[in-house]
Design a binder for this molecule. Sequence first.
Ligand code: SF4
Length: 77
Amino acid sequence: MSATSTIEWTDATWNPVTGCTRVSPGCDHCYALTFAERFRGVPNHPYEQGFDLKLWPERLELPLHNGRNHVVSLSIQ
Ligand code: SF4
């Protein structure tokens, strides 16, 4: 979770799931896939598994413990 964000409509972002599954030709130029695949195989990098779908259980409760009352947006990537 990023505790701050420069996105105007949120205060922070949270991504307990990373990666995605290509579903259509519209995914052919997915920037997130390209970004994530650059790090496939890099030990301990958040995208070590590339763009394979991955649930991060240890991130599920992060918004409950940040001690701040603000808008947290779910981020998918
Ligand atoms: S994140 Fe990328 S791969 Fe997933 S649905 Fe969107 S364009 Fe397709």
